[in-house]
Unconditional design. Structure first.
Length: 310
């Protein structure tokens, strides 16, 4: 029987949860949980993995800022560093779970449009949470843009739309050869294409948008966006909050979701479903075995008659 190909996007909060200290041991513990769930899913599905990096790239940026004898490294380089960091942890954990499978991380560049309006309107949260007073102080000292994130504040940076995955031919060959591939981490390294080649730019691409593009170009049967909540909710945080088990993109586009949190996941799921006619799922990492089959989380399907958990 044909094995379904599933792209699984691990949210940054699935690897380092809100309010947790960004200690390596904390992240390793979450990676081990993810690897166990992914290994079980890999028994019946061909997996392609990607991941967020908001907390990690923010921490790397803080480390770079702390050493003032050299200019701070730009965000494209920090995204590459975070791909190596998280890719190493995921690859090693999966190799230990699946010693007979080939696991590989591909440092991945993604082309963006240099005229993308996102460069003039930073919106992607990175790094730790701050009080408003501390965030305002850091913004003044370091030239940051900051914005609310729940009841706290975080640094925000430009988040251009992904247009093309540079290493896609290599990724496709690895998948076809039976490897579990970790790629496009942190949304991919943002680059622009010029007459003299590719050049990195300051920004962090939204991981969910890149996951939707990746799932489309590798012809995935399903896109899974694994985060730290079991379902999408309408009216989140209000007395009228209600779990959404199944929905079509049209249903979801009539609702409002938190920017920088659930909204990018919903948009990515809707875009993938609309462009491919296949399914997307949003749910919690511990439910991964059910998510990859479309039997758990919030299922986003192209038509109402197909929007039913199996």
């Amino acid at each position: 029987m044909r094995r379904e190909r599933v792209v699984v996007a691990l949210g940054g909060n699935a690897l380092l949860r809100r309010g947790e200290r960004a200690e390596l041991d904390v992240q390793k513990a979450h990676v081990l949980e993810a690897a166990a769930a992914l290994a079980a899913a890999a028994a019946r599905h061909d997996l392609v993995l990607t991941h967020g990096n908001g907390p990690q790239v923010g921490l790397l940026a803080l480390e770079a800022e702390a050493y003032r004898d050299v200019r701070a490294y730009p965000l494209d380089v920090l995204v590459a560093e975070s791909q190596g960091l998280i890719g190493y942890l995921l690859t090693q954990a999966l190799q230990n779970e699946l010693p007979h499978r080939r696991i590989v991380t591909v440092v991945t560049q993604i082309v963006v449009d240099p005229t993308d309006p996102a460069f003039a309107a930073p919106s992607k949260p990175i790094g730790p949470l701050y009080s408003e007073a501390e965030a305002r102080r850091l913004a003044a000292e370091r030239g940051w843009t900051v914005a609310p994130d729940g009841t706290s504040f975080r640094r925000v940076v430009p988040s251009p739309q992904p247009r093309r995955i540079v290493e896609i031919d290599t990724i496709e060959r690895l998948i076809a050869g039976g490897a579990i591939v970790v790629c496009a981490g942190g949304g991919g390294i943002p680059v622009v294409a010029a007459l003299d080649g590719l050049h990195g730019v300051e920004g962090v691409i939204d991981k969910d948008a890149s996951a939707a593009l990746l799932a489309e170009v590798v012809n995935a049967d399903r896109l899974v966006l694994a985060t730290d909540v079991p379902y999408v909710e309408s009216g989140y945080g209000t007395p009228a909050a209600a779990t959404i088990d199944v929905a079509t993109p049209r249903d979801l586009r009539t609702m409002r979701f938190a920017p920088g949190s659930m909204a990018p996941k919903v948009e990515a799921a809707c875009s993938f479903v609309e462009r491919t006619g296949r399914e997307a799922v949003i749910g919690a990492l511990p439910d991964l075995e059910r998510l990859v089959t479309g039997a758990g989380g919030t299922l986003v399907a192209p038509h109402r008659h197909s929007a039913a958990h199996t």
